[in-house]
Design a protein around this ligand. Structure first.
Ligand code: AMP
Ligand code: GLY
Length: 429
């Protein structure tokens, strides 16, 4: 009987994970909660199962005789879904609730980085308006203020001057937009950002291929932050040797620290890095696959993802494993609905999906099925990943697919992977 795997989540990242699992030579039987209409091609979707409810997930996994649960988003991790599954004797890919605090609490992450000797920006934690004002006056601007808890990428306010810092302090402490929260006041860092993901078994971290994502809505990195407008992999400036060095500096010390603390880190540890003139510094940790980095990274994976998930769910299980990636380049373009990121539109009919599949991997992020038609159902609607021998070809394939897809209010950035294409041209000259 083939192995039965339940993936939790229903966005583009989870569709990319399901597609990668479906490519496994082990032919796994796949389930996904809640899933989406794209995921339904490769997995049985469980739209009525709430992935953030530990008891419900455990009961359904037991009833379906699931061998392994792989968690996509952060909320189920922080809610303790992995702890509940392990208590019930069901293997899980993902960290415990305690280990997921590396993402769930920015102050916990900063303290862990200091303890583990990971390079990061200077910081202070403040709990009220007066100490925030004093800290900003002491450190000077530009400065960055971050809500302590999960805020779907919206809790980070970058303040270029005193006026912006003053407004940010009101947002956190007077308006309390993020509830009653501790605030991390952090040194402003400049440089190119890099997403470095590693797969971890509680003892060892193995880096995955490096990626970059595009967070701002507008071309040239302008406008408000979003859940991600595109990504690409690999990043030419990070050679295999450099990748090992970086991972030894930002992943392994945290895995070692969490093991010492009695909360071994299993799953994906994602380090968001700023490559400053002073060397790489960690901006944040996520305790899961990045979205939309995963959509560019996993299509390049040559290793068996089922095997890696199983190995990582056992202490020390990755010790004999290698992870290999193809030489291909991957570029992911995100299509969003009208109004995103402030709002999103639902129910617009999507056409051109078959034509798009001729040039790229089509991943569903926010879609629904209505009367046999695929319609928009969220801010980020579809992700198109082009693959090719070089960045320019992969980029062109992604945009061919993105242009083939049609729906009212479709938005995209036209400059995804432009940096990689430019680097490629510079190398040729
Ligand atoms: P985070 O959720 O902490 O990764 O922050 C979201 C985004 O805010 C990052 O991807 C950066 O673009 C930006 N950011 C966060 N911290 C800093 C910092 N210390 N200096 C400059 N930009 C930052
Ligand atoms: N791409 C950023 C994130 O997944 O948090």
């Amino acid at each position: 009987m083939s192995i039965r795997i339940l993936v939790l989540g229903g966005g583009g990242r989870e569709h990319a994970i399901v597609k990668a699992l479906a490519r496994s030579p082990q032919s796994p039987e796949l389930f996904c909660a809640p899933g989406n209409p794209g995921i339904a091609a490769d997995a049985t979707c469980l739209p009525d199962l709430d992935p953030v409810d530990p008891a419900a997930v455990t009961a359904r996994a037991a009833a379906l005789e699931i061998d392994l649960v792989a968690v996509g988003p952060e909320a189920p991790l922080v809610a303790g879904v992995v702890d509940a599954l392990e208590e019930a004797g069901i293997a899980a890919f993902g960290p415990s609730g305690e280990a997921a605090r590396l993402e769930g609490s920015k102050s916990y992450a900063k303290e862990a980085m200091a303890d583990a000797g990971v390079p990061t920006g200077g910081y202070a934690v403040v709990t009220d308006r007066e100490s925030a004002l004093a800290e900003v006056a002491k450190a000077g601007c530009p400065i960055v203020l971050k809500a302590d808890g999960l805020a779907a990428g919206k809790g980070v306010l970058i303040c270029m001057d005193e006026t912006e810092a003053g407004e940010a302090i009101e947002v956190f402490f007077t308006e309390q937009r993020f509830g009653q929260t501790e605030v991390v006041v952090e040194e402003f860092l400049e440089g190119e950002e890099l997403s470095l993901l590693a797969i971890c078994d509680g003892e060892r971290a193995i880096p995955l291929a490096p990626a970059q994502d595009y967070k701002r809505i507008g071309e040239g990195d302008t406008g408000p932050n979003t859940g991600g407008m595109g990504s690409y992999s690999p990043v030419q400036t990070v050679s295999p040797g450099r990748l090992k060095e970086l991972s030894a500096a930002v992943h392994q010390p945290i895995v070692d620290l969490m093991a010492r603390r009695g909360h071994p880190f299993r799953g994906v540890l994602y380090a968001g890095l700023m490559m400053t003139t002073d060397g790489p510094k960690v901006l944040e940790y996520n305790t899961r696959f990045g979205d939309p980095e995963t959509q560019a990274v996993l299509p390049r994976l040559e290793s068996d993802l089922v095997d890696l998930f199983l190995a990582a769910s056992i202490p020390g299980g990755l010790s004999e494993k290698e992870v290999s990636f193809s030489e291909q380049f991957a570029v992911t373009v995100v299509l969003t609905s009208a109004g995103y990121p402030a709002s999103s539109s639902k129910g617009d009919v999507i056409t051109g999906l078959e034509e798009a599949a001729g040039s790229a991997e089509v991943v569903h992020a926010g879609t629904a099925e209505e009367h046999g038609r695929i319609v928009t159902a969220g801010g980020r609607v579809l992700n198109l990943t082009g693959l090719g021998p070089d960045a320019a070809t992969a980029r062109d394939r992604a945009y061919d697919a993105a242009d083939a897809v049609k729906f009212d209010g479709k938005q995209m950035r036209r400059d995804i992977a432009e940096r990689a294409v430019r680097r490629e041209r510079d190398q040729e000259q």
